[in-house]
Design a protein around this ligand. Structure first.
Ligand code: PMP
Length: 292
């Protein structure tokens, strides 16, 4: 089955999926996006992803030329045409082609792109043994500049973090905010566990309002774990019993080492494993059904 990409109302091949070099998404990172998963023919948390997309669009005053219900339909159709039951969806809305100036008024028509792909992610071994990670010097965007709640195409902040992670030879890094509190990973939210209590930074600390993060908070509540959204520092991470990241692509992935400090037993801890197990149960049954 050849891959089909949605581009502004048309379903085209990868080769034909082309947009203008004047697109302000390309020239300036002016646009927004979502990364979504499909499990077993169901789009996981589809409404939440589209809500976040439309909220990001409203915040940056980008008119998406489709209603949210129409976007849902297009998403379903793109998946059907790719005959994919399990995979990853990248939904991008850019400001569209304009001139070389910044002014978004010169980009009257947004580009909408949907790419559906197989997902290659961490090997199963990493979910059991955990990742090594480091903290980096690059700070999270402050909310009074580019607000980290906006899932914009401007990911340079995160890319700088990724470069530091690469230089340290690790797959994910921990970003602090400008006050020195832990914010998140380059593309994941972070949780720590101490004496059975689960902590995650509140979004005002610079965390994206992650959809996996919200699902994990809900699962933790259901399982009877206490969850606290409160600021914490690297020290708290170093001395935590368990640390894990959450994200659409990474799901729930344990951390075994932070800045050369071993976390807990140096592998995924029991609460992290429990949450991963419950998360994987949930994704199989939850979501918008694309196939009968
Ligand atoms: N933080 C950042 C910066 C991200 O890019 C992502 C991935 N979308 C996340 C957190 C995790 O969010 P979600 O669970 O919605 O994928």
């Amino acid at each position: 089955m050849a891959q089909v990409i949605y581009l502004n109302g048309k379903y085209v091949s990868k080769e034909d999926a082309q947009i203008s070099v004047y697109d302000h998404g390309f020239l300036y990172g002016d646009g927004i996006f979502e990364g979504i998963r499909i499990y077993n023919g169901n789009i996981f948390k589809s409404r939440e992803h589209l809500d976040r997309l439309y909220d990001s669009a409203k915040s940056i005053m980008l008119d998406i030329p489709l209603k949210q219900s129409e976007m849902q339909e297009v998403l379903n159709e793109t998946i059907r045409r790719n005959e994919l039951r399990d995979g990853y969806i990248r939904l991008v809305v850019s400001r569209g082609p304009g001139d070389l100036g910044l002014d978004p008024r010169r980009s009257p028509k947004a580009n909408i792109i949907i790419i559906v792909e197989q997902l290659s992610i961490y090997p199963e071994e990493a979910y059991i043994n955990g990742l090594k990670t480091v903290s980096v010097s690059t700070r999270r965007n402050v909310p009074d500049a580019l607000n980290p709640k906006i899932k914009s195409l401007n990911y340079l902040n995160n890319i700088l973090v990724k470069i530091q992670a690469n230089l340290a030879g690790v797959g994910e890094a921990i970003m602090l905010n400008s006050q020195g509190y832990v914010a998140e990973g380059s593309s994941d939210n972070i949780f720590i566990i101490k004496r059975g209590v689960i902590f995650t930074p509140p979004c005002y600390c610079g965390a994206l309002e992650g959809i996996t993060r919200a699902a994990i908070i809900e699962i933790s509540d259901k399982l009877g774990y206490k969850v606290k959204e409160e600021p914490f520092t690297l020290h708290d991470v170093y001395v935590a019993d368990e640390v894990f990241f959450t994200g659409t692509a990474a799901e729930v992935i344990a951390v075994r080492e932070v800045d050369a400090r071993t976390i807990g037993e140096g592998k995924a801890g029991p609460i992290t494993m429990n949450l991963l197990k419950e998360f994987r149960k949930l994704v199989e049954i939850d979501g918008v059904k694309v196939y009968e």
